[in-house]
Write a protein that binds this ligand. Sequence first.
Ligand SMILES: [Zn+2]
Length: 425
Amino acid sequence: MSELLQQLIRLDTVNPPGNETAAAELLRDYLAESGVESELYARVPERANLVARLPGSGDGPSLMLLSHTDTVVADAAEWQVDPWSGELRDDEIWGRGALDMKGQVAASAVALATLAREGFEPAGDLVFTAVADEEVGEGFGLPWLCAEHPDAVRTDYALNEGAGERIELLGRPFYLCSSAEKMSSPLRLRVHGRAGHASVPGIADNALVKAVPLIEKLAAYRPELQLGPETSALVEAIAGRPLEAAEALELAREVDPSAAELLEPLLSLTLSPTMISASERRNVIPHLCEVVVDCRLLPGQAQAEVEPLLREVLGEGDYDFEWIEGRGGTRSTIESPLWDAVASFVAETEPDAALLPVSVAGFTDSHWLREAFGTVAYGFFPMRTMDPQLAARLIHSADERIAVDDLELAVRCFRHAAIEVTGSR
Ligand SMILES: [Zn+2]
């Protein structure tokens, strides 16, 4: 297990350029030793995606263990070890991608290989997919597979990255499972004025100054709090009874600040003005000021329904409003055999603990499966040894590493989910 992850880390798959074929070939050879056949699909030869399959004997539900083999860059000067060493130190494996997400790649491959060796015969297909190009998303990875090779990647259920951390709320342990994602929906305001020489402010109409009240209005706006299926279940699990959104947040603030921190961004869209540009010269009053606002919509919320609200908040003015993009924002039901399988794994692992649904603010490849095939996709990589706050800090950062115990826990989890979901009963 550790060895496979170490080998994966030693292959530099920093994206760009990716070079994920090296990882796909390593995985193909590893799986072949256990008699599992893989197919490599590549839009360009050096960026292959791997799909391995234990074919189902009947038409039972199919499950995909999904992960990506590319990583973000690493600056070796900031690290205590070589980021591509895969060094084992204090029961942790160090290196770029250990958490995001070669650890899950390795655990998924080991789960599949061990089941195959034991002669496990699923009723529905058990699929392991290790894709390229998740971190940048230029069309070499899962969206390309869904479009060009849909039969290879269409499954009923999928387990991907996104959550899995163990947290304690009100003194009780919970594991988080992400069943939905907020939509990344940044917007741009172009505020118009009239240029002029800065030494004579009266002759101009300063677009930068006109942008200020608009920014303040967005910053002061408190969108209506709402509960979706994930947050209702989350609140009920924490509070022990159903509550209204505002009431739930109030209670969380009173009893456990970390619960409030978790809950608050899940109850509404968020707006964070992050970038501004105006004049390029100190002595020229800008005729145009551009403000970029990071905006995340709730799962299922549409830009068309939010735009009138935001225009009302901003009021009349000399500006254009435009969405820069809309990415993600899909959800899966939490009433499914896969949910039950993950929940029963948690109950087996830690009887006091419960599984909590969350929607995550970031984008994952789960979106493509939900959108293309209606796949029920969750983010779950169980993590009980490494502190979740430490893990969050290490992802995309220096000294990324994973506890060997968490890797082994994940293998058990994926095996359990595979047997529960695709097994014949
Ligand atoms: Zn990732």
